[in-house]
Design a protein around this ligand. Structure first.
Ligand code: FUB
Length: 326
């Protein structure tokens, strides 16, 4: 059983990247609260971010301390959820983070630093046209940058009237999602980032995830449909989009020849961990591929007190990821 990367704080939702040949991990910083548990996720009430880093997997992990505080982001009311970081073509580092605004609606913000470990200075407003949760950045080999995002239930994706957002229906906030025979699943969103990394370069699009027959995944297919925790990595020219299935607790993936899809469902990466949520990232370092993920073993199963871990993943000769069992 891998140990947590750090035990001085609870950490979750790890987004790992290699910058300057060092692994940097951008996690949520879980904390104890007295907020009652519910299916909106109110108990996940985080107020700052820490950045972790290490020379390589197995080496000691550095906790760089607080990289950004909620109180420094004027548009945020509460709940700093799963972040990610990208290096822009200008060499600066852009932290993307979701949080509820003063109307209780999740938006995605961006904050900037000259160093991968921060501290990060937030923009005054969220990214125009952003909504929902769990931003995951991806910089392609040609320098194009993308932000994948979205989450259902507490992540509010089901509240929106159109793929690019549209109107917000607050009555759908919480554990709601489409259902019924033949009804398509809600899908994550992707937006191309502008050259300055602060805005979307055009409207965001829905990512289509198809089954083995080329049909969109259905809403009632809870073992495969998208719930939250988007991640993108590219290996041997193939785009691997991975995500959590939420209430069935799997990390699964789909592949495409394009960063914007359509993607075809391929299988599971990680079986359920201890705890309700599961959230991950995949990164290559020193010739191996690493799965960063979290579980609740250290807190003995308290769902909002999670710890980030890492393990190697392997691919078969066809490029399929071999499923990991915690
Ligand atoms: O950490 C808060 C939320 O829990 C994340 O945004 C989700 O992905 C889930 O891990």
């Amino acid at each position: 059983m891998p140990p947590p990367l750090v035990t001085n704080i609870y950490t979750a939702d790890p987004s790992a990247h290699v910058f300057n040949n060092r692994i940097y991990v951008y996690p949520s910083h879980d904390r104890e609260t007295k907020i009652p548990f519910n299916d909106r996720g109110d108990q996940y009430d985080m107020v700052d971010y820490h950045v972790l880093s290490m020379d390589r997997v197995g080496a000691s992990t550095t906790d760089h301390g607080i990289a950004m505080r909620m109180e420094d982001v004027k548009w945020v009311k509460k709940q700093l959820w799963a972040p990610d970081c990208a290096r822009g073509n200008d060499g600066r580092f852009y932290l993307y983070f979701p949080a509820r605004d003063h109307e209780g609606i999740f938006r995605i913000g961006v904050a900037v630093s000259d160093k991968p470990e921060g501290p990060f200075t937030p923009d005054r407003e969220p990214i125009p046209g952003s909504f929902s949760i769990d931003p995951a950045s991806f910089v392609d080999e040609d320098g194009s940058s993308y932000l994948y995002f979205g989450g259902i239930w507490g992540g509010q994706l089901q509240c929106y009237s159109s793929p690019s957002g549209g109107t917000f229906d607050p009555s759908q906030d919480g554990p709601h999602e489409p259902s019924g025979p033949g009804v398509k699943a809600l899908c994550p969103r992707v937006g191309k980032l502008s050259a300055d990394m602060h805005t979307f370069d055009g409207p965001v699009q829905e990512i289509v995830i198809l089954d083995e027959n080329g049909q969109p995944l259905l809403a009632d297919d809870h073992e495969r449909r998208f719930f939250e925790a988007s991640w993108m990595h590219k290996k041997d020219g193939v785009y691997y989009f991975s995500y959590s299935t939420g209430d069935t607790h799997f990390i699964v993936y789909a592949t495409s020849t394009s960063p914007t899809g359509p993607f075809t469902y391929q299988g599971k990466i990680l079986e359920p961990v201890v705890g309700w949520t599961t959230h991950h990232s995949i990164v290559e370092h020193e010739g191996k591929w690493w799965l960063f993920y979290h579980d609740c073993e250290l807190s003995k199963g308290v769902s909002h007190l999670r710890s980030v871990k890492v393990r190697e993943i392997k691919y078969d000769e066809q490029g399929k990821i071999i499923t990991e069992t915690p």
